[in-house]
Structures are given as structure tokens and as C-alpha cells.
Design a protein around this ligand. Structure first.
Ligand code: NDP
Length: 319
């Protein structure tokens, strides 16, 4: 792939942003129908003249077409759309797919990547897409698979305001909130820090509930109080009660993806010499927990089982 530069630099890219002389996208496509993409893509149906889907394992694209009325197509055809979405595990995989897609893109299209990716790689992708008259937005999302299902995700977008204005009617189909957070890479950066904050809260909640259990307090009773008090967080409101205390650990966001997000945040702090002892500690603990599982096999909430081995206390109710 051209224009690859792995130095971390979030200064604005001034290279030839395309002019969007057509007012509204008519064709859209979605690449990557995983836990998130499968649900996000369904919200595009009936909002555009053509909605195409592509997935590496093509059966998933065919299943999507059957279930929602999208058009399952090959990659070469999918990337001819006016707005192309992708939601893939990592930026390296996005790079590979863009490299394959590049000769088939239509000028003035916008590639909107909803992967939780690496900020510098967004700038590289933007330069590559601009070299063929298109543009690239990093637009990672938050809200879990439930938010993807209900079309209420939060999208944090980096890149040109003009490209975002063009693509926004399509992003709005699956997002309840779309925020332009800055230049190319800024969306990925916000997402990495957001997920690291989530990991910190979840890890801290597991510690707090274990201390209380050691003192004879049931985790559910403690959560009833904490969730109406100042110690609450998304982790205490949802992750701990709905995944850990009830021992369900449903696999919707795998722990290796969380470890990747924390590592991206740590690279960002290293680049600017910002001391972040808490983020670094929890990123390392999440990596250690992730290493206990095969990639893709365990939900993020299974970090608690790793911590339970350290503490010797199981975070569930006794009565
Ligand atoms: P999944 O693992 O469920 O899906 C991954 C998708 O990428 C599948 O469609 C898979 O295709 C495809 N894929 C994997 N490797 C390749 C490859 N080498 N070439 C082409 N396609 C490939 O991931 P999620 O949907 O959970 O996550 C996607 C992104 O969204 C990640 O960056 C994640 O961090 C982020 N995210 C996830 C959330 C969640 O709750 N799950 C929430 C918010 C963001 P195939 O079907 O063939 O395997």
C-alpha cells in the first residue's frame, strides 16, 4: 500500500481533499459483517437506492441479503459505492482491504471506517484514498452490539468536515450521535481512550466488589447502592451485573479487541510523553488477561475471571 508512514503524527493532512459535487450519496456499501457490522448495515436498508454488503466469509453476506434485503456482492463491486463503510478488527486489516479495493474505487466517494483503529494509519489511509480522488474518515463507534442493533451508536469522527457532511446521512442511519472530533486519526484516538477508561472502570469495579465480598457483602447488594451513588460507571451499571455477577460472560466484544484498544491509547501517551500510570497499568492487566484466551474466543468481561485467580474471590452472590 502506498503512503505508509508509521511515525505517530496527528498534524493536519493538507493533501488534495476531493470536491463533492454530487449532493447526496445514492449507493452505500458495508464491508465486514461481524458482531457490529452485521447489525449496523441493516439500518442502511431503504435509505439509499442501493445497499451492498461484503464479508470475507461470503455466506454471512448472503445471510444478510436474505434477512434484510441488502445486495451481497464481491469486494470489487462493493467499493464502487458513493459511501463505503468498513468495520474490521484492526487497522492492518483495513489497510489490506483498501489495497485490494484501490483500483476499483469511484472518484469522489468517501470511505468511512468504523473499526477501532490506529490514528496514524487513518492519516495514511486518507492520503491513499485522496491519491485516487476519494476521501477517508475514521469513524469508530461506541455502544456495543445492543447499540448497533438499535441504531443508537455514538460515532467519533476524524477527517475533513466536507467529507463528513457528505457521508453523515448514511452514518446517521446507525448512530444516535455523530461528533466531528478533529483531523484524520482523532476519531480513533478518542475511541482508544474511551475504551481504556471503560477497562479502568471495569477493573476497579471488580476489585471493589471483591473487597466487599471478602467483608460479607453480596455483589448485587453492593451494586444496588453504587449504581445510585458516586461510584457508578457503565461498568457497574451494565458489565458487572449483566456479565460477571450473573456468570453469563456473553461473547459480544472480545477481550483481544479491548487489549488492542488499550495498546493504541498507550502508544498515544508515549508519543506525547504524557504520564498515564493508571492507564498503563490497566492496559497491561487487560493484555495479561487477554493472553489467557485464544483471540476471538472470550468476551472482555472474562477479565474478571483472571482477576478472580489473583484475588481468590469469585464475584457472584452467595445468597
Ligand atoms: P468481529 O470479530 O465480530 O468481526 C470481524 C469482521 O472482520 C468479520 O466480518 C470478519 O470476517 C472480518 N475480518 C476478520 N479478518 C479479516 C481479514 N483478514 N480480511 C477481511 N475481513 C476480515 O469484530 P467486531 O464486529 O466485534 O469488531 C469490529 C471492530 O469494531 C473492531 O475494531 C472492534 O474493536 C470494534 N468495536 C466492537 C464492538 C463490540 O461490541 N463488538 C463495539 C465497538 C467497536 P469473517 O466473518 O470472515 O471472519
Amino acid at each position: 500500500m502506498t503512503n505508509i508512514n508509521r511515525g505517530y503524527d496527528l498534524t493536519p493532512d493538507q493533501s488534495n481533499p476531493p470536491e463533492f459535487n454530487h449532493s447526496k450519496p445514492k449507493t452505500v456499501s458495508f464491508l465486514g459483517l461481524g458482531a457490529m457490522g452485521y447489525l449496523m448495515a441493516k439500518h442502511l436498508v431503504d435509505k439509499f437506492e442501493t445497499v451492498m454488503v461484503w464479508n470475507r466469509s461470503f455466506e454471512k453476506a448472503q445471510a444478510h441479503a436474505e434477512e434484510f434485503g441488502t445486495l451481497a456482492v464481491c469486494l470489487e463491486q462493493a467499493v464502487m459505492a458513493d459511501v463505503i463503510f468498513s468495520c474490521l478488527p484492526t487497522s492492518d486489516i483495513v489497510d489490506q482491504v483498501i489495497e485490494q479495493a484501490l483500483p476499483h474505487l469511484t472518484a469522489n466517494s468517501v470511505w468511512v471506517d468504523c473499526t477501532s483503529g490506529v490514528p496514524q494509519q487513518a492519516k495514511d489511509c486518507q492520503a491513499t484514498l485522496r491519491s485516487v480522488g476519494c476521501d477517508f474518515l475514521d469513524a469508530p463507534v461506541s455502544g456495543q452490539t445492543s447499540g448497533a442493533d438499535s441504531g443508537t451508536l455514538t460515532a467519533m469522527v476524524g477527517g475533513s468536515a466536507t467529507a463528513l457532511a457528505y457521508a453523515k446521512p448514511a452514518i446517521d442511519c446507525f448512530a444516535g450521535l455523530v461528533v466531528h472530533v478533529g483531523e484524520s486519526g482523532a476519531g480513533y484516538a478518542v475511541k482508544a481512550v474511551n475504551n481504556t477508561l471503560f477497562a479502568i472502570n471495569a477493573w476497579a469495579a471488580a476489585e471493589g466488589l471483591s473487597v466487599l465480598k471478602a467483608h460479607g457483602v453480596n455483589p448485587s447488594d453492593a451494586l444496588d447502592c453504587i449504581n445510585k451513588a458516586s461510584g457508578q460507571s457503565f461498568a457497574t451499571l451494565a458489565t458487572l451485573p449483566d456479565r460477571v455477577v450473573n456468570r453469563a460472560f456473553p461473547k459480544t466484544f472480545t477481550i483481544d479487541l479491548m487489549a488492542k484498544d488499550c495498546a493504541i491509547a498507550i502508544d498515544l501517551q508515549t508519543q506525547k510523553l504524557v504520564p498515564t500510570p493508571v492507564m498503563a497499568q490497566v492496559a497491561s492487566l487487560v493484555r495479561a488477561a487477554s493472553n489467557q484466551y485464544h483471540p476471538g474466543s472470550a468476551d472482555f468481561s472474562e477479565f474478571a475471571k483472571y482477576y478472580e485467580k489473583m484475588s481468590g474471590i469469585t464475584i457472584r452472590d452467595d445468597h
